[in-house]
Design a protein. Structure first.
Length: 197
């Protein structure tokens, strides 16, 4: 019997539970990742939506920031949604600053520049049906204080856009969405992550 792939969900903050449920629905064993040892035990990772500044800070506190960067650089398959897209981006155009004025850091790996909260505040959240590259079925996308890609490097495949702005991208083993597929019960992105294993 083939065992289910072990896929981590970065469980420092954000909508962790929804991603755990989505991973289980596509046949993966979901593992909560809060420590470097837990990160070492997984074959792929989901970085959920939430507060990217808080997640980056907590990753430093828990000694996870550098191990995350190293695993991503080594080719770990990762799905980043909303705040996860911000954390995967090589460049944040409008980084928040912490209480001491230090600009927000990202884990990097994805050759994009993103703008935080680009679609507006919480009250301006919206849903949209998007067409994803090579899939005739629309994806229901939930945008909550969502980022958007302002620049994508030559190695980045744009999977979906809102207007002229990419909101779902892929580069190598990294997949990122500006929206929350898990909030709409959309499993295609989780399946695509698991399919790499």
């Amino acid at each position: 019997m083939v065992s289910a792939p072990r896929v981590g969900v970065l469980a420092l903050q954000g909508d962790v539970r929804e991603h755990v449920e989505a991973l289980r629905a596509v046949g993966a064993e979901a593992v909560l990742v809060r420590r470097a040892s837990e990160l070492e035990s997984v074959s792929a990772l989901v970085i959920p939506g939430g507060e990217s500044t808080v997640m980056a800070r907590l990753a430093r506190v828990f000694g996870l920031f550098v191990p995350l960067q190293q695993r991503i650089a080594a080719g770990l398959p990762v799905l980043g949604t909303c705040a996860g897209m911000i954390l995967l981006a090589d460049s944040i155009l409008d980084p928040a600053a912490d209480g001491e004025g230090v600009p927000q850091e990202s884990l990097g790996g994805l050759d994009v520049a993103v703008r935080r909260n680009a679609f507006g505040r919480q009250v301006e959240s919206f849903e949209a049906d998007l067409l994803i590259a090579e899939d005739p079925r629309p994806v229901r996308a939930v945008f909550i204080r969502a980022p958007r890609v302002e620049r994508a490097g030559p190695g980045v495949e744009v999977l979906a856009s809102v207007g002229e702005h990419p909101v779902a991208v892929r580069q190598g083993s990294l997949l990122a969405t500006a929206f929350h597929p898990e909030s709409a019960g959309e499993l295609r992105f989780h399946r695509a992550l698991v399919a790499q294993l």
